[in-house]
Design a binder for this molecule. Sequence first.
Ligand code: GMT
Length: 377
Amino acid sequence: MTRPLKIGITCYPSLGGSGVVATELGKLLAEKGHEIHFITNGMPFRLGKFHRNVFYHEVEISDYYVFRYPPYDLSLASKMHQVAELQQLDLLHVHYAVPHAICAFLAKQMSGDRLKVVTTLHGTDITILAQNESLKDIIRLGIESSDVVTAVSQDLIRETRELLDVTKPIELTYNFVDKRVYYPRNTSDLRSDFAEPHEKIMMHISNFRPVKRTCDVVEIFAKVASQVPSKLLLVGEGPDMPKIQAKIDAMGLSHRVHYLGKQDDVAQVISMADLLLLPSEKESFGLVALEAMACGVPTIGSQAGGIPELVVDGITGYLSPIGKTEEMAANAVRLLTDSKLYADFRESCLDRARTEFCNDRITAQYEQIYYDVLGIN
Ligand code: GMT
């Protein structure tokens, strides 16, 4: 290593994939000897136990009575600047342009040009915000003013360019999983809590927002369950959950569905599944499909966003046009009823996750980006 770096990381500490990726990246960089300072409004949920070289700085939000809306963005920018000065940070790596890239831009105005800013774009639904005229220009400013911008799929790069008309280069850095955590776990004990030995398990994990099309999950499951004895395990919670529960009841499927709520040890839970269902409307990457892949579980899903860059259709899963639940169900049945085909898919999943999306490879890519932007060779 050329020299250890001091890096500030900002992410949404409690939000899905982007928070997971930012936190895991920070922990892995710390293991490699870098000093990591999380600057967030809460302890990142995957931070867990004490880690050498990892520090957490909480953003305090002023609730002074004249403010109708507490100015979180300004407090974050000030905190970024303060931590950058006190700790002599080399750079800020922010996850999500809104508002984090803008806050980093302000911090850099205060700290001076020596403080570099790397912005990673995560969500296709955030690019939707860019269609809102009141936010478009400020999102563009956040992106254009970053020293380096990365995105988690080619599709997200394309969408960002199209919607925002940005000229700045955007580097591709796929998401990753830590191979020491994500591998096929032994679940022989656990499985029997949810399914009979002859039954297959289908799983959906998400925040149950409308973009996840969780109604399609139920439709697919209903069609598969009519041909293959199976159970559906739903992991996570979110706004569409009541609708889904009502649909499951109305379709007479309640006895076949288990609701597991939010789960921390995703690798353990996902290892119980025979298939992951991911029929999303929008998905810049689909981290959960990678988590499944690394545990040897193929995905049945949609061709939305960056999913086809991750799941190889016909090799590590099957992808169909958004909303084509008949086709998705037929593909699921094909995989579940052909043990040789299933074994091939499982092997391809393990191989692809290990080679293309392993932590060593992607962490090294980020390190190179940091050294390049700092002019350190
Ligand atoms: O949509 C989610 O599940 C949450 C969201 C987030 O902010 O974590 O996920 C986005 O970032 C993830 C990590 O890069 C990607 O894997 C998800 O595909 C992306 N979600 C969308 O694009 C809708």
